[in-house]
Design a protein around this ligand. Structure first.
Ligand code: COI
Length: 351
């Protein structure tokens, strides 16, 4: 690993005013793949990339990313949450997008080094974190459509606050029945760049009607719940927590997996399955849908207060945050910041 020190550091921001994804720290980590092999990781001062306009990722979208978080508690301890799971999922996405596998331990070691250098960028206030964005792009300079020969893996870091409205306020979600995000056999499960571009028009149109994000339905029948724009989704129906099963077209959320484990340990029944939108709407009308929330790294636990579907709006739990979402967030954040014991072995401690 190579470390190039910065001559000048940025002034730290006001950590009490963080939004999502606008700032970057002083360094970035990068590692290039050429001639069939990865080079060594380099930690260097953050700067723009110098790129040919013919770089393949700019034309054919061969690119993947991850979202992970580091936390700092009031004792000053810095933790990374489930980082190996993120790096492993990135390699899974790489496989689907015909990109090379990397050694997760090499990247983790370099990332820990970078975090040690940038410890002061990890915010401590409730709801804040240092968001890490590992990304891999095709960097061969060519216009033919083929598997790129060259790649760049890089990690940027950004101190962040809430992604939507945070865990203490509700969001408005529109159930999308015109556009689709991903079909069976497609790239829905991979965290690839194009999945997010494909969702933008629906997100834009729903925002025109005052919604924060869209809830996707399955591509074949527009009948079954899949996921929300940037997070997995959970419902509490008839006292049972329900979440769509991993069927190849939804993201294998690491926060999803964590919340399922946490809620089951708290005594809730969590069902992973196929849930029809008509049943959810019926339950909402009959008052049996008592909660809905999104779960994701950026979004953490995002309670939903209103769902829109086919021109109607349905209010959930009087548009208030419900007890299951509250418990899920408290336990998750508590583990991440070591308020509660790390009983699942999810943390990497940075010292
Ligand atoms: C994350 O939760 O980290 C994501 O990748 C969602 C992102 C597109 C904001």
């Amino acid at each position: 690993m190579k470390i190039i020190k910065a001559d000048k550091l940025q002034k730290k921001p006001d950590f009490s005013k963080l939004t999502f994804g606008k700032l970057h720290t002083d360094y970035l980590l990068e590692m290039d793949y050429t001639n069939g092999a990865w080079g060594e990781p380099v930690i260097r001062p953050y700067s723009n990339f110098d790129m040919s306009p013919m770089t393949m990722c700019l034309h054919y979208g061969q690119g993947i990313f991850e979202g992970c978080k580091a936390f700092r508690n009031d004792k000053g301890e810095v933790t990374l949450f489930r980082i190996m799971d993120n790096l492993k999922r990135m390699n899974r996405s790489a496989y689907r997008m015909c990109m090379p596998q990397f050694d997760e331990n090499v990247v983790l070691e370099a990332l820990i080094e970078m975090l040690k250098i940038e410890k002061d960028w990890v915010p401590t206030l409730p709801g804040t974190a240092l968001y890490l964005r590992p990304t891999m792009i095709a960097t061969e300079v060519a216009l033919g459509v083929h598997v790129s020969r060259d790649y760049k893996l890089f990690i940027v870091m950004s101190p962040v606050g809430a992604y939507l409205h945070g865990a203490e306020q509700t969001a408005r979600i529109y159930i999308e029945d015109k556009y689709v995000r991903a079909a069976k056999g497609g790239t829905g499960e991979a965290k690839c760049l194009g999945n997010y571009a494909a969702g933008l028009l629906a997100q834009y149109e729903s925002a025109q009607q005052g919604f924060d994000q869209v809830l996707w339905l399955d591509a074949e029948e527009h009948k079954y719940i899949e996921e929300v724009g940037t997070m997995n989704v959970m419902f509490v129906m008839d006292g049972v927590v329900c979440t769509p099963e991993l069927d190849g077209s939804i993201l294998r959320g690491i926060t999803r997996h964590s919340i399922i484990k946490i809620l089951r340990d708290e005594g809730y029944t969590v069902n992973e399955g196929r849930f029809a939108v008509d049943d959810i709407i019926k339950a909402a009308k009959e008052g049996r849908l008592t909660e809905m929330f999104g779960v994701g790294t950026a979004a953490t636990v995002s309670p939903v207060g209103v769902i829109g579907y086919k021109g109607e709006e349905y209010v959930i739990n009087n548009n208030k945050v419900g007890p299951v979402a509250k418990t899920a967030y408290d336990r998750l954040r508590g583990i991440q910041t070591r308020k509660y014991p790390d009983k699942y072995d999810w943390l990497t401690i940075i010292d």
